[in-house]
Design a protein around this ligand. Sequence first.
Ligand SMILES: N[C@@H](CCC(=O)N[C@@H](CS)C(=O)NCC(=O)O)C(=O)O
Length: 107
Amino acid sequence: MESKNHYKVTYFPVIGRGEFLRIALVYAGCDWEERSVGFEEFFQGGFRETTPNGYMPLLEVNGGPAMDGTLECLRYICMKEGMYSKNINDSYACEKASSLIYTALFP
Ligand SMILES: N[C@@H](CCC(=O)N[C@@H](CS)C(=O)NCC(=O)O)C(=O)O
């Protein structure tokens, strides 16, 4: 798979919600960069106030505005990179599996 898009993921330097986006971007073979924001920078350094809704991960595509919402961003990457099934039954199964994993990890 070859993508012409450039992505930026902004997240804490940990495995967490951001990992969903990192894995999708690596799997798709995308050109992407990571902006690592430490806890102090986020909570005390004012970074939180610069985010759309006060949380991360954030996803920027081709220099566009920051988007948030882990599963929404995951779905966005999959659709933009041609990994989202056009078969409604397959996409239902993928949505079900990703929601299940997400809510199990982040209830
Ligand atoms: N609904 C959001 C929740 C994101 C979220 O809670 N992120 C945590 C880090 S894993 C965060 O940024 N927390 C900061 C805060 O709540 O102040 C999503 O699905 O991405």
